[in-house]
Design a protein around this ligand. Structure first.
Ligand code: PMP
Length: 416
């Protein structure tokens, strides 16, 4: 049975919403958990946990192959999840939704398949930005080793915003792909991706968006964006780990060769020759993460109860409040001050290493991220080894931000 998106939305109430996430009631170091590392991974509502448990408890069977009840049931649930993803990102068809492990595998799949399709010639360029996650740098370099692809990097200003004029000038006949992050995981910048796509398309260059941070924060419509490819991870959008999506326009996916070979992606196999299944199956070799797919479907159902705009507005209020409160701390500098920002705040404090901040506030049960956030080039841009990063989801509260601020002040006092 397919779940259609309910028109009647559940009213957002943070105290009620928190009850949906069992982990939020746990203690850490004898203090209530304050989880502010949502950009790394989000917590899971009980309905997602139930979907995984139910699948393994009652419905476990391999998919696509069996002609018996359980296999058909598991297949139906997995393919139903694909349909939910299709509607969630407004893809034209389920054949454009490839299940992968996560954003990283999605980008690796694309890089590997495009190379095999001889899409790149020696000396061709992929345009990325200065604020990419390593997942959108290293796969292109791996392919570059084979094909000599050059990475061209869109510069940013000091606030962490892309220089679109520079970007436009960078596109040249060697540019084969633009691959940029939709929302930066280390700066929080929401990039003007529609504009980027318009500019790239005006020069006939396709665009991949790394949507790992965007999908949890805003409604993504791949058709409205006219994105050619879009990758995201289930675990950042309140779903399980080990499942994600690479969306691709059918016209590209049709011409791309498989990423991996094995069972489930073939039509016929002889020792001389193999013919492949249709998209998206030709990209999904082997037994997939069935429970993960079903769990992602449950996460999408969960989110669909709400008006996404209402969730985003609440997250923006958290961001504004945290920005104001943290800015009041003497010696604290926020890294990334873009006008358009999602609920991610990176900061540094003069004279205190981010690792010390992270470790010390953990003693108060507060979980934030410290390090380079898998974005070393942006750290180099700001001449920093690392930052501390707090990132919010709609289940976070203003009181939790107060605890963060109090925790940071306590660390500062210890170092003064
Ligand atoms: N891109 C961005 C912007 C991210 O934030 C992340 C995760 N931190 C990734 C890619 C990689 O995601 P995953 O590890 O789930 O594949």
């Amino acid at each position: 049975m397919i779940n259609t998106i309910s028109e009647i939305k559940r009213k957002f109430d943070v105290n009620e919403v928190r009850k949906d996430f069992p982990i939020l009631t746990r203690m850490v170091n004898d203090k209530p958990l304050v989880y502010l590392d949502n950009a790394a991974t989000s917590q899971k509502p009980q309905v997602v946990i139930n979907a995984l448990t139910n699948y393994y408890t009652y419905d476990n069977a391999n998919i696509h192959r069996g002609l018996y009840f359980l296999s058909e049931l598991a297949t139906e649930q997995y393919e139903d999840a694909r349909l939910k993803v299709k509607e969630f990102i407004n893809a034209l068809s389920t054949s454009e939704v490839i299940f992968v492990k996560g954003t990283t595998e999605g980008i690796n799949l694309l890089a590997s398949s495009l190379c095999r399709a001889k899409f790149f010639n020696e000396g061709d360029e992929v345009i990325v930005s200065n604020m990419e996650h390593h997942a959108n740098i290293v796969p292109w370099q791996l392919m570059g080793d084979r094909k000599k692809i050059k990475l061209s990097v869109i510069p940013i200003n000091d606030d962490g915003e892309l220089d679109l004029d520079a970007f436009e000038k960078m596109i040249n006949p060697k540019t084969k792909l633009v691959s940029v992050v939709h929302i930066s995981n280390s700066l929080g910048t929401i990039n003007p991706v529609k504009k980027i796509i318009d500019i790239a398309h005006s020069k006939n260059v396709p665009v991949l968006l790394d949507g790992a941070q965007a999908v949890p924060h805003c409604k993504v419509d791949v058709q409205d964006l006219d994105a050619d490819f879009y990758a995201f991870s289930g675990h950042k959008v309140f779903g399980p780990t080990g499942i994600g999506v690479l969306y691709g326009k059918a016209e590209y996916l049709e011409m791309m060769p498989p990423y991996q070979g094995g069972g489930d992606m073939i039509r016929t196999v002889t020792f001389e020759k193999t013919t492949f299944d249709d998209i998206p199956r030709k990209f999904e070799a082997g037994t997939p993460n069935i429970a993960g797919g079903i769990g992602l479907g449950a996460a999408i159902d969960y989110l669909n109860q709400f008006d996404r705009k209402e969730l985003a507005e609440y997250e923006n209020m958290l961001l504004d409040y945290a920005t104001k409160k943290l800015s009041e701390i003497e010696g604290l500098r926020i890294i990334g001050k873009a006008k358009e920002k999602a609920s991610v705040i990176s900061f540094v404090i003069e004279g205190i290493h981010p690792y010390d901040i992270g470790t010390l506030i953990d003693t108060d049960g507060i979980a934030i991220r410290t390090g380079h956030h898998c974005t070393q080039p942006i750290m180099q841009r700001y001449n920093l080894p690392a930052t501390s990063r707090a990132s919010f989801a709609f289940y976070n509260t203003f009181e939790e931000i107060d605890k963060l601020v109090a925790g940071v002040l306590k660390v500062k006092k210890m170092f003064s």
